[in-house]
Design a protein around this ligand. Sequence first.
Ligand SMILES: *Cc1c(COP(=O)(O)O)cnc(C)c1O
Length: 403
Amino acid sequence: MTKNVLNDDDGDEAGFDLGFATRAIRGDRETMLASARMHGANPLCGRLIDDQDCIRSSSGKQDNPSIAANAGLAASLTGLEGAEAGLIFGSGLAALTALFRATTSPGDRVLVQKSACTATSELIQATLASIGVDMAVVDFAAGHNLRDALNGRTRVIYLETPSNPLNSIVDITAVSVQAHGHGLVVAVDNTFASPVLQRPIEHGADVVFHSFAKYINGHGDAMGGGIFGGRELILRTQAVATGAANRQTGLNVDAAHLIQRGLKTLALRMEKHSLSAHAIALTLESHPAVKWVRYPFLASHPDAATAKRQMSAGSGMIAFGLKAGDTVTRQVVERLRLFTASVSAGEVGSLVCTSADLSSARHISLQGSELCETLGQDVVRLSIGLEDAEDLVEDLWGALSGL
Ligand SMILES: *Cc1c(COP(=O)(O)O)cnc(C)c1O
């Protein structure tokens, strides 16, 4: 991640290869200009424009501050994900809905990663059904299942890796190679890794999805979502979402500014989230009351090798189970003092929830839905924050004492 950019005496822009943290703070303008020159488009607002338009908007003379703020945010994330273009929405689910509507027609099929009872499952179950799109649930972690689930109308594969809440890992390269052989679009939910740790497009995915409410913003005070990918796909999604290829989607100016500010510390935060979570996962694994721990970079994770190939660190989410049952698990969670009870994730403060909380937070019942992993009620999910890791371990040990 660290690069000796200051000693780069190659004056041309292509040779001026900035590191991730630098681009997260300063990269928006460069990305916008370079991308506009390359494609004749502003990837940030996804609108066809000429160089002059782009320079005008990037130098802050854009009339509407909301459009400028969304353009800046889209520029930053487009560059950080290694995409050609990006589109910003008011929430993660708004972004996903637009993406599915742009890539499918009634009668088509979408293959969805088997995952837990999350907002995504809810959306996919309700929205795809309402637009007449058929869905098949596949455990992509066992790669051979892909071919069995394909039919002639399959259009999109939707992966979540690491998945929520079990930290399942899917091999993005392996799935993308197979999927492209059948002409499918591969979309990856990169919310739990962030582009600091994993850039799915580099591994062959076509489009990346983010819920900004998690790590990207990081402070639990703004909602938003976006998709980042090839220019043609992003423009098509924009046309579906707004009715025209040159109209804007996006966030209000305050939310866009909060998220852009959060992005400036993303590299630093992800490094600390990952360091602490890895240490805490290892320690939890050694506790006699703990039955299992799922963390992508633990040797005990079934797909640790894949995780290490496509991620630079394990991120801040941990799932674990106790030897004792539901009731004791609930008591342990309630005894924690430094973990706030919340089904959100990726914030500066540590959060905790159980699989029971995750499913009851949803408005429609997904009980018995094939989308939901059969988790039981007693999976504990931790979102490790930026507090001192020793304090978090002490808090966990206190809550587990006597077991
Ligand atoms: C929160 C979340 C979503 C949904 O996004 P919203 O911004 O809450 O609409 C989708 N995927 C993952 C992995 C999430 O954590």
